[in-house]
Design a protein around this ligand. Structure first.
Ligand SMILES: [Zn+2]
Length: 81
């Protein structure tokens, strides 16, 4: 497993205040950051955000568009009314 160290664009080192000197990488559930200008080093556990991707986008549009066939049934009953 190759660890990719990536520079964080715009990140300012809290120690030497240099910008774009912070590298970050993750390994074994820990997020590391260090500075290439000074000896700043930091590690913090990656918090498992509960971003469980619950896809509740179930598009169940039950629009039973029954064609309005209005059946005008006329019962011609002379005895009616
Ligand atoms: Zn630094």
């Amino acid at each position: 497993m190759a660890v990719q160290k990536r520079f964080i664009a715009g990140a300012i080192c809290p120690r030497c205040a240099e910008m774009d000197r912070i590298r970050a990488w993750e390994q074994n559930g820990i997020r590391y950051r260090d500075c290439v200008s000074c000896d700043f080093f930091e590690q913090a556990p990656i918090e498992d955000d509960a971003h469980s991707e619950l896809e509740t986008r179930v598009n169940r549009e039950r629009e039973e568009q029954r064609s309005d066939t209005i059946q005008t049934v006329r019962i011609l009953d002379p005895k009616g009314r």
